[in-house]
Write a protein that binds this ligand. Structure first.
Ligand SMILES: Cc1cc2nc3c(=O)[nH]c(=O)nc-3n(C[C@H](O)[C@H](O)[C@H](O)COP(=O)(O)OP(=O)(O)OC[C@H]3O[C@@H](n4cnc5c(N)ncnc54)[C@H](O)[C@@H]3O)c2cc1C
Length: 417
């Protein structure tokens, strides 16, 4: 094992100037949880079928339960002053992503219904969200993936039209009625007890996909059913699946944003989620880097540990630089967004693209440094590589975010909520 540099001792978070005592202790707690609970269970879940992952006796539930016991719930985090909350959330998601990226996302989406009900000022929605143990965010649809993340239509082809939505919320008097379905990609889709639904709204003039509705939906409600858990190559510990709505009737109190506030609610959840994706996958990048660092000191080729070959040291340094850059930009963006009166979605997209691209690049370079061993299931790097690959699509394909961000550089008004 390499010894720490005796002259310049960085913090476990790298060149982090704000590593105060609170953050140090939170980091220690979360690193223990990530290492002792998430990693072994994540590796086990990765080898299981999607049905086994979401079964009542799945070890997944132990991760959820033990994380809840740590006390990092939405209300405690929102009670912190913004700069401290930003530090805590970045360290937290970096460590969860270091432990297991798919499980980190499962834990993150659990909290989204309560977070959105709180941000939109709905006490009723908060109570519904708090009565459930697990949550999800239902936005994408089978016929509308990238489209449903772009309600203001910035990425649309000039001759393109949205077409029929797959899910519609009809608002009539004191009641809302939900019909249709959301995509197989909804994280925690087949296991969540409550969800925050973003869908087209019909107030009497047909479905409006630009000015939709955001609803807190108890997923035990009559008329809700689920699809089969999705089988996929990366983040296999993350349960995903369709949610169907057949005349689901709820009181209007469940509506946390009507058509007039739909764009605001869409902007807010993306600004939050993109920042957390940046932190999670910066942590995933660090996990890949750490594995590579250990391996190049153990593996011998050409008569020496491979770290002594110049090209290996050079590659490892570039991986280290990518991890540092991803963490730095994410922490800066989340800090800015928590303190600013209006979050910056453009900056959050920078964090998402930088963190996830770093995770993919570093995992790919780490796999290469493992040689043939990297391709086998005997070494954990191939799983991290698959997990990181999924992140380039998750929460909005990176190229779609870059198109939206690029247009907003020319016209800042385009990204306004
Ligand atoms: C791990 C994971 C977790 C997820 N979690 C959730 C969740 O919790 N809730 C939820 O609702 N959804 C979730 N998703 C869905 C995710 O947001 C979508 O997969 C993503 O937005 C892309 O949509 P799509 O898969 O339909 O691809 P499409 O939109 O069909 O895109 C296909 C390809 O076409 C390109 N493309 C599309 N439109 C344009 C355009 N206008 N200009 C240029 N190129 C374009 C895309 O970049 C992409 O390469 C998740 C996905 C993953 C992988």
């Amino acid at each position: 094992m390499a010894q720490p540099d005796p002259h310049v001792q960085l913090t476990p978070l790298g060149a982090e100037p704000d590593f105060n005592e609170t953050i140090q202790s939170i980091h220690t707690t979360l690193r223990r949880f990530a290492n002792d609970v998430m990693r072994p269970i994540g590796q086990k879940l990765d080898r299981m079928t999607p049905e086994q992952v979401s079964a009542p006796d799945s070890p997944l539930w132990s991760v959820h339960r033990q994380f809840d016991e740590l006390g990092f719930d939405v209300d405690s985090l929102l009670a912190m002053e913004p700069a401290e909350r930003a530090r805590v959330m970045c360290v937290m998601y970096e460590e969860l992503g270091w432990g297991d990226a798919g499980l980190a996302i499962s834990l993150a989406v659990n909290s989204l219904p309560l977070l959105m009900a709180t941000l939109m000022g709905s006490e009723f929605g908060r109570q519904v969200a708090k009565s459930a143990k697990s949550g999800c965010w239902m936005i994408t649809e089978p016929d509308h993936g990238s489209d449903s993340l772009d309600p203001s239509r910035q990425i649309f082809h000039p001759q393109g039209a949205y077409g029929r939505p797959n899910c519609v919320v009809t608002i009539q008097g004191d009641e809302i009625v939900i019909n249709g379905q959301k995509s197989a990609w909804v994280s925690n889709g087949t296991i969540a007890e409550v969800g925050v639904l973003y869908a087209a709204a019909d107030t009497g003039n047909g479905p409006d996909t630009k000015h939709g509705a955001v609803v807190i939906v108890p997923l035990t409600a009559k008329g809700v059913s689920r699809g089969k858990p999705l089988d996929k190559i990366g983040q296999r510990a993350l349960n995903q699946g369709e949610i169907y709505f057949d005349n689901v009737r709820l009181s209007k109190e469940h509506l946390i944003a009507g058509p007039d506030r739909f764009l605001e609610a869409t902007y807010l959840i993306h600004a939050f989620a993109n920042g957390l994706m940046g932190a999670t996958f910066a942590g995933c990048a660090r996990a890949a880097y750490d594995l590579a660092h250990a391996y190049v000191h153990e593996r011998k080729a050409g008569g020496v540990p491979i770290i002594r070959h110049q090209s290996v040291a050079h590659r490892l340094f570039h991986m280290y630089a990518k991890v540092e850059a991803a963490c730095a930009v994410t922490r800066r963006v989340v800090h800015y967004n928590f303190e600013a009166p209006q979050m910056s979605l453009k900056s959050a997209m920078v964090a998402k693209i930088t963190g996830t691209q770093a995770a993919f690049d570093v995992a790919s370079a780490a796999l290469q440094l493992h040689g043939g061993n990297g391709l086998t299931r005997d070494y954990p790097i191939e799983k991290i590589f698959r997990d990181a690959r999924a992140s380039l699509i998750e929460d909005g394909c990176n190229e779609i975010l870059a198109i939206k961000g690029g247009y907003s550089l020319a016209n800042p008004d385009l990204l306004r909520p």
